[in-house]
Design a protein around this ligand. Sequence first.
Ligand SMILES: NC(=O)c1ccc[n+]([C@@H]2O[C@H](COP(=O)([O-])OP(=O)(O)OC[C@H]3O[C@@H](n4cnc5c(N)ncnc54)[C@H](OP(=O)(O)O)[C@@H]3O)[C@@H](O)[C@H]2O)c1
Length: 282
Amino acid sequence: MSAVPTIQLNDAHSIPQLGFGVFQIEPAETAEAVAEALRVGYRHIDTAEMYGNEEGVGEAIRASGLDRSEVYVTSKLNNGFHEPDEARRAFDATLEALGFDYVDLFLIHWPLPTLYDGDYVSTWKTLEEFQRDGRSRSIGVSNFQVAHLERLAADADVTPAVNQIELHPYLLNAEVADYGREHGIATEAWSPIAQGAVLDDPVITEIAERLGRTPAQVVLRWHIERGNIVFPKSTTPERIRENFELFDFELESGDSEQIDALDRGEKGRTGPNPDTLAYVPG
Ligand SMILES: NC(=O)c1ccc[n+]([C@@H]2O[C@H](COP(=O)([O-])OP(=O)(O)OC[C@H]3O[C@@H](n4cnc5c(N)ncnc54)[C@H](OP(=O)(O)O)[C@@H]3O)[C@@H](O)[C@H]2O)c1
């Protein structure tokens, strides 16, 4: 029923290219937002331990009547639990909060190169255990820079299936995305519409008017055509639906190049820099 394409990962699993993100959705509102997304047709939910709303995600999926296997679920390791035994406990807690016996994808949320003696390799090897025992079908990383990916390539056995990075028209993050393309690591684009900051850009609004689409649809379609995996967040039912309607139109010749040219490099970054972020929840 869904026209959402799937992306083949390097471990033989595949992931729906469009999903629903739940960052900054209040725990008490999460089940309703996810329920609405599932009604619209989304079959991929992106959560994290640090969002505090895994329970609502599991609750909505169970209440939907869909089979667990029909919904792709991602969660991510809390920054406070990189040490292997802590990571094992945290992963158990994720499964318990979701109420599932597996996740489709589990990520190291941030590399934290200035914490834990810079040892994200031991953390990654702990995620390899979760994949080996079948409780995480795929494993990946988030906010890893090229140097971090190169270190995993040198010191670990498994190549991450995905790298989830900030990526939108104002931050193409090209060096990291290119590294992924060259090494079989799929790119997931977080804050795909820069939390709304790109939507009134004249380049975007001109394309939207010409195509009879909304600015958000134009930007999300641009991601889809680039091969990025995206999961826009919204708690507004009309926007949840709008963001799903991306597969009955295409950008016109030259549109993608115009959007690419909006890249501001580092100045376009809206979130923390992964080389320096050292946030651990209190
Ligand atoms: N790995 C990481 O470090 C990381 C970091 C950030 C995000 N993420 C993931 O990426 C997901 C998406 O990123 P994000 O939540 O930061 O930002 P986003 O999806 O780029 O933007 C969400 C914001 O845009 C608004 N919005 C959504 N659809 C819209 C539309 N069609 N028209 C106008 N405004 C619209 C939403 O408002 P309303 O809700 O009020 O409608 C919300 O304020 C997150 O939910 C999370 O799963 C991961």
